[in-house]
Ligand binder design. Structure first.
Ligand SMILES: Nc1c(N[C@@H]2O[C@H](COP(=O)(O)O)[C@@H](O)[C@H]2O)[nH]c(=O)[nH]c1=O
Length: 156
C-alpha cells in the first residue's frame, strides 16, 4: 500500500521536510531540513547574503518563502546538486532522530509519496504522476539505514 504524506500535521508528517527535526551539517545547526535545503540554493551565489536570514527564519514556511523568491539568483549548479543536497539532509535527519527513524523503518518496502498538489518534482503533483523525488529520497535513505544497521549487528 502506497504511503502518502505531505503536511506535518497529517499522517507520516515526520517525512515532511517541514517537520521540526533539526540537523547538524558541517558544524551548523539547522532547525529543519527545509531551512538547510532552501539556504543551499544560494551558496556561492551573488545572493549569498540571504543564507543567514534563511537560517534564522522562525518557521520552515518562512525559510521556504525566502528561498523561493524569484528575483534572487540561485547558485548556477543548483539543478545538478539539489537532489544530492536533499539526500544528505534527509539522511542526517533520520540518523539523528531515533523516534522518526523507527517510523521510517516500519514502513517496510512500501512506496512513499510526497502528496504535494503543487510540486511535481519533489512530490507527485496534482495529477499524481509527478517525479516524487522526496519520496524516492526517503526510500533510498530507508535502505541505506537498514544496511548500516545490519553492519552494526555483524560487527558489534
Ligand atoms: N512539505 C511542504 C512542501 N514541500 C517541500 O517544498 C520543498 C521544495 O521547495 P522548492 O524547491 O523551493 O520548490 C521540498 O522540501 C518539498 O518537500 N512545500 C510547501 O509549501 N509546504 C509543505 O508543507
Amino acid at each position: 500500500m502506497t504511503i502518502y504524506f505531505y503536511k506535518v500535521w497529517q499522517p507520516y508528517g515526520c517525512f515532511s521536510n517541514f517537520s521540526p527535526h533539526g540537523i547538524h551539517i558541517e558544524g551548523t545547526y539547522w532547525p529543519t531540513v527545509e531551512h538547510y535545503y532552501q539556504a543551499q540554493k544560494f551558496v556561492d551565489s551573488a545572493d549569498a547574503a540571504i543564507i543567514p536570514l534563511i537560517h534564522a527564519a522562525a518557521t520552515p514556511e518562512e525559510a521556504a518563502s525566502l528561498g523561493r523568491c524569484s528575483t534572487r539568483q540561485l547558485r548556477r549548479d543548483w539543478n545538478l546538486v539539489k537532489t544530492q543536497i536533499m539526500r544528505e539532509a534527509v539522511l542526517k535527519k533520520f540518523l539523528t532522530h531515533a523516534d522518526i527513524r523507527e517510523v521510517l523503518l516500519m514502513t517496510g518496502n512500501e512506496i512513499l509519496v510526497e502528496n504535494s498538489p503543487t510540486d511535481a518534482f519533489w512530490g507527485c503533483g496534482a495529477n499524481k504522476a509527478g517525479q516524487n523525488h522526496l519520496g524516492k529520497t526517503l526510500m533510498s535513505v530507508r535502505e541505506e539505514i537498514r544496511n548500516l544497521l545490519s553492519l552494526t549487528v555483524i560487527y558489534e
